[in-house]
Write a protein that binds this ligand. Structure first.
Ligand code: FMN
Length: 614
């Protein structure tokens, strides 16, 4: 592959540090909004926050190698998928400021990883500072600091062959001499800049960063800019570290996580403003609510924030829309959902192409299914029938009876979602868990790269009997699956023994049983467990307390199941309302000349009424 090299000037820059957090729900990293350049997040920083460059969180070489590059029509991003997992997402408009960081221990793998993403990023960085066991054991991160000969080969190979400017980010060594020897070697490889985290690999982040060594490094390395990193918390610190050490550029991690406007010369922007801007970017880029919530909570670290009512509401939020409503921007969420759908429809089925005209692989299969799992007899089909009834959707005559002795494993039940603004034909897909198997047998069919079935579920609904705790335990087996496949909605629905009777119209002793079952649910701590493991717990018997008509009151029980499942971005959605769609430059290239002219003269107003067969 030949790539014309982009020039990135690393001098006198304010840079967002790479940040990932493997323990977070989102596999892309807790702080992906900060650094992954995920879908315009780089721009979120660059425009209002006076930032120059964005480093992505570390991606291990083998994880990105072999990824399929695909165009995401609904949000206009380039996505890199592998094994059903999204590894990197970026927007073409932020290409000139995104530096992709690789975790590697091998020159060839490093190059393959760099070449995989090179066309979509401005530069490549090698992580030589990660002190985590996983990195050290693999010879990556800070392990490279004690293997300078390997590091030299990696950097040289990248510099000579990847077609993008290369940098590396190190930690300091135990002595000044060792550090200076290392940085001089790095300079000889041809890297364009060197980022120095002023802590040794054994220092904790709570220990003060050792800025003192930076001036020695600046004096030792004359040909490339030094980027200072560690304990820069406000704009004054930027001035201070530059004056004290003569470093050319600065890189900020936790300071930016707490308040992204740390880069502004004029000072911090108010939290409210930053939070709203961030949330809007999450909506624009279809970011998962779990990741958005984590990041918002990380911004709110001072006690004046953690004690604020918003903090409590955010902690409890179970959807991106709920997060938006805390800050009064739920209407923005609703509008953007429509825009995403409209874009998706308008750009399908044309083969997508980038502004340069190169083809990209098609995206993953449409996610149109709601996987309904749980043991035989817990009430999966009964729950589906309740959902159909509540949404005035008819039950297909081919659906067997509730008491069919063959069970309902593998059964597809069509559901027409009909809202004021759109309709969509989706399917429930029942999968039964056998006793003692914790669902592993059912899971097995999702394994294997060639198995397309893996990408079909959009959402998962786990059903169990509140009075039979053993039917709840099976849920453990599905936590990893949900995390891996980034399902839009993951519900755990607790039902009571009378669910089937209720569907049949016999509601004997209903209130009494409901009260008992609800109490049982609380006793078992189902809700807490679900909260910690990425599922939303819904007690199907719960009834709205107090003023049911209040706009503020939250939906519970069956109403909440419907509310959670309906608003996803379904394939074959038919929009019913007028939508104003502002296409970005990438998408504009895909429109015809006539539409291009329309586009130039303003946003296109379309009345969308596209048939299911489109
Ligand atoms: C949550 C988190 C994730 C991080 N992930 C990475 C990473 O993926 N790659 C990397 O080189 N450094 C990573 N770091 C280290 C930071 O980039 C930075 O070097 C360190 O936090 C010191 O800067 P600060 O004092 O401004 O926070 C991470 C730091 C944090 C807090």
């Amino acid at each position: 592959m030949t790539l014309s090299e982009n020039i990135v000037d690393y001098s006198n820059k304010k840079i967002l540090a790479p940040m990932s957090n493997a323990s977070a729900f989102n596999p892309l990293g807790a702080s992906r909004y900060l650094a992954d350049a995920a879908a315009g997040f780089g721009l979120f920083y660059i425009s209002p926050h006076s930032l120059d460059l964005v480093y992505t969180p570390e991606t291990v070489d083998k994880r990105i190698i072999g990824s399929t590059r695909s165009y995401n029509a609904s949000i206009g991003t380039i996505d890199y998928w592998k094994d059903g997992q999204l590894n990197f997402r970026t927007h073409p408009s932020e290409k000139s400021c995104v530096i992709f960081q690789i975790g590697t221990a091998d020159p060839d793998l490093a190059l393959q990883a760099a070449l995989t993403v090179a066309q979509d990023v401005a530069g490549i960085d090698v992580n030589c500072g990660c002190p985590k066991k996983f990195s050290l054991q693999g010879g990556m991160g800070a392990a490279l600091l004690s293997k300078p000969e390997v590091l030299k080969k990696i950097l040289t190979n990248l510099v000579q062959n990847c077609g993008r400017p290369v940098t590396c980010k190190i930690r300091i060594l135990e002595t000044k001499d060792k550090t200076l020897e290392l940085v001089r070697m790095i300079e000889t490889t041809g890297v364009r800049a060197l980022a120095v985290h002023c802590r040794t690999k054994d220092m904790r982040s709570s220990e003060k960063a050792q800025w003192g060594i930076l001036s020695d490094i600046v004096n030792a390395v004359r040909t490339i800019p030094i980027i200072a990193n560690g304990d820069i918390w406000c704009y004054d610190d930027i001035d201070k570290i530059k004056k004290l050490t003569n470093v050319s550029s600065v890189m900020i991690a936790r300071g930016a996580q707490t308040n992204p406007s740390v880069f502004r010369m004029e000072g911090f922007l108010p939290y409210d403003e930053v939070v709203k801007a961030y949330l809007k970017k999450c909506v624009d880029t279809d970011n998962s609510y779990q990741n958005s919530k984590y990041t918002l909570l990380e911004m709110y670290t001072e006690s004046k924030h953690t004690k604020a009512p918003e903090y409590r509401l955010m902690s409890k939020a179970k959807s991106l829309r709920e997060l938006c409503s805390i800050f009064g921007i739920e209407s923005y969420f609703d509008e953007q959902q429509m825009v995403h759908t409209a874009r998706s429809i308008m750009t399908t089925p044309a083969t997508p192409s980038t502004p340069q005209g190169e083809n990209v692989a098609p995206g993953p299969l449409p996610k149109n299914q709601i996987l309904v799992i749980g043991r035989r007899g817990v009430g999966k089909l009964a729950l589906i029938i309740k959902i159909l009834n509540a949404s005035s959707s008819t039950l297909s005559p081919s659906v067997p009876s509730l008491t069919d002795p063959a069970g309902h494993a593998g059964l597809f039940v069509p559901w027409r979602i009909d809202t004021k603004s759109y309709s969509a034909d989706v399917q429930f897909w029942i999968n039964e868990i056998e006793d003692g198997d914790v669902g592993l047998k059912a899971l097995r069919q999702y394994k294997g790269e060639t198995n397309n079935v893996i990408s079909m579920p959009n959402s998962i609904v786990f059903v169990f009997r509140k009075d039979q705790p053993e039917t709840f335990k099976d849920l453990q087996g599905w936590v990893a699956f949900v995390r891996k496949h980034e399902l839009a909605t993951a519900l755990c629905v607790g039902v009571s023994s009378n669910l089937r009777l209720m569907v049949d119209g016999i509601e004997a002793r209903r209130e009494k049983e409901r009260a008992i079952a609800q109490a049982q649910g609380k006793e078992q701590g189902y809700e807490d467990w679900c909260l910690q493991n990425g599922f939303e717990y819904i007690d199907i018997d719960e009834r709205q307390a107090g003023d049911e008509d209040s706009a503020q009151s939250k939906q519970v029980g069956l109403a909440r199941v419907l509310e959670a499942l309906r608003p996803n971005t379904w394939n074959c959605m038919t929009a019913k309302v007028a939508v104003s769609v502002d296409l970005n430059p990438l998408e504009r290239t895909q429109r015809s000349d006539k539409e291009e002219r329309e586009q130039r003269s303003g946003a296109i107003l379309r009345y969308l009424c596209i048939g299911d067969s489109y």
